[in-house]
Design a protein around this ligand. Structure first.
Ligand code: ATP
Length: 223
């Protein structure tokens, strides 16, 4: 159903962008960074196909959700494409992020330089262990979990990284939700129950390793 704009004219309903397309945009951005670093100023969809596992047709289709890209005979100007994909992913401005759970994994995440390189700024960390609070780790202040609502009202983070034990995951998500956060990167080994409008990306190293382990066994049976 077409939407009616303020000027009374109709515009086509924006297509719902499939999640795999959004995932691939980040792959394209990485590729564009490395292409620019190697001295290229333009690329073609064939370049994308040879450097990533994505076909040229899929690349063009993914971009088509967001308008017109590239010029016939020229291809895609890298700086322009980088700028547009960054805007689509909202990576053109710094994204304030909070970390909940400063154990071994949380601490490792804070020391990962890739976060700031991609303009994700961890503005605060929270923990229930009083020994961990009141300090600064990798330049990030660590607060008691009981300060979450107050600090988030001040810092206005959009994304929370959960690195707490599985049993604490739902409770910490519920608290983060109260602050207005609607995007969660969940490292906790737990399935979160979340209201509509919340996006959760689960990361489980052990689950990934289990899949690899299964394939090793299957490969051995095949050979
Ligand atoms: P450590 O031994 O330093 O606690 P760890 O990686 O073994 O590290 P985990 O048991 O996985 O720790 O817990 C991760 C972190 O989450 C810890 O720092 C812990 O204090 C914190 N944590 C546990 N429960 C909660 C909670 N409900 N809210 C916030 N942080 C929590």
């Amino acid at each position: 159903m077409p939407e009616t704009g303020v000027d009374g004219r109709t515009s086509p309903t924006p297509l719902r962008v499939p999640e795999p397309t959004v995932e691939r945009l980040s792959t394209y951005l990485q590729f564009l960074y490395s292409a620019a670093a190697s001295g290229l100023t333009t690329i073609s969809s064939a370049h994308v196909e040879s450097a990533t596992a994505v076909s040229a047709a899929q690349f063009r289709k993914d971009l088509s959700y967001f308008g017109e890209f590239g010029k016939p005979g020229v291809g895609y100007v890298i700086s322009e494409l980088q700028g547009r994909i960054s805007r689509i992913l909202q990576l053109h401005e710094t994204q304030p992020v909070i970390l909940i759970g400063l154990g071994n994994l949380g601490a490792a995440l804070l020391s990962y330089p890739g976060l700031t390189e991609q303009r994700f700024e961890v503005v605060a960390a929270f923990d229930i262990d009083p020994k961990k609070c009141g300090r600064t780790v990798q330049g990030v202040p660590v607060y008691a979990l009981s300060d979450l609502l107050t600090e988030c009202a001040r810092l206005n983070p959009r994304i929370a990284i959960l690195a707490v034990p599985g049993l604490a995951a739902q409770q910490t998500f519920d608290l983060a939700y109260q602050t207005g956060i609607r995007a969660i990167l969940n490292f906790a080994p737990a399935v979160l129950k979340v209201p509509a409008g919340v996006t959760v990306r689960n990361v489980s190293f052990t689950q990934e390793l289990a899949v690899l382990s299964y394939h090793i066994k299957t490969d051995q049976l095949d050979s």
